[in-house]
Ligand binder design. Structure first.
Ligand SMILES: [Zn+2]
Length: 269
């Protein structure tokens, strides 16, 4: 299902399927300045392509290689739609990834990007490195309207779960959230929540909460606690969601990510 929402110069393309809605998932692409930010998930492919054929944007910017943002990269490549993506995103989209069944259920497949595609330069928009959520996470900045298309930078203030450590770096994420908040964006569009009300305050609240939480975890690591005990003490019990996703998203992953960079933190002090 595609729902269109207009915000002056920005059009939100809000995609979901009955299966993704049952899991509480949906994702949005945003059309701005004749370009589209993100390529949604596999099952949304026909609707996305239909919209692109009708509206003829100059190209599609893929913010990162997750299946709900780059899930149609191969379809767009085969359909001759120009794309911009960072080299690391391109590499990841061409490499098979381990995906939890809940992602396949909600989003559909993850066709690998193997077709050479037309490239375009997103003129008038800036791409900003905002890694942490994934090793290849970028956000899109419109300097004229001071608008940020934040992809998965925000998601929520208190996101207590993280992906496994090889894919998510919680400490790096704090720096990225602070960096984007420092731009003082007038509008923040989140890929899952749409236009955020008071986006700057939410970004600061997120960075503050994360910093405080990471600080509490660092302290317990110094005291010799193990990951499971820290996760329970600082973040609370794992929820059903963690078990349903077979630990793809878990509080233990959050702690593990903090532990992985704990040494570097001590060395830099
Ligand atoms: Zn993501």
């Amino acid at each position: 299902m595609l729902r269109i929402e207009r915000h002056d110069d920005v059009t939100r393309l809000h995609f979901s399927t009955w299966r993704s809605r049952r899991a509480g998932y949906s994702v949005s692409c945003f059309a701005v300045r004749g370009m589209v930010v993100d390529a949604a998930f596999d099952d949304a492919g026909p609707e996305l392509l239909g919209w692109i054929r009708a509206n003829k944007p100059e190209g599609v910017i893929v913010t990162h290689a997750h299946d709900d943002h780059g899930g149609n990269a191969e379809l767009l490549a085969r359909s001759g739609v120009p794309m911009w993506m960072a080299p690391d995103t391109e590499t990841l989209l061409g490499t098979p990834q381990v995906r939890g069944w809940h992602r396949t259920w909600a989003w559909g497949g993850m066709p690998l990007l193997h077709t050479p595609f037309k490239r375009f330069e997103p003129r008038g928009l800036e791409i900003i490195d905002a890694r942490g959520h994934s090793p290849d996470h970028y956000v899109v900045w419109d300097p004229q309207t001071e608008t940020v298309f934040a992809a998965d930078l925000f998601l929520g203030v208190k996101v207590r779960v993280a992906h496994p450590v090889h894919r998510e770096d919680v400490r790096q994420q704090i720096g990225s959230v602070r960096k984007i908040a420092a731009l003082k964006p007038k509008r923040v569009f989140d890929a899952h929540r749409g236009l955020l009300k008071d986006g700057i305050a939410l970004l600061h609240a997120k960075a503050d909460w994360m910093e405080e939480t990471v600080g509490a975890i660092d302290q317990r690591i110094d005291e010799g606690w193990d990951d499971a005990a820290i996760a329970k003490n600082v973040l609370g019990n794992e929820t059903l969601f963690t078990y349903v996703t077979f630990f793809d998203w878990s509080r233990a992953n959050f702690v593990a990510s903090v532990r992985k960079t704990h040494g570097a933190r001590s060395a830099s002090r």
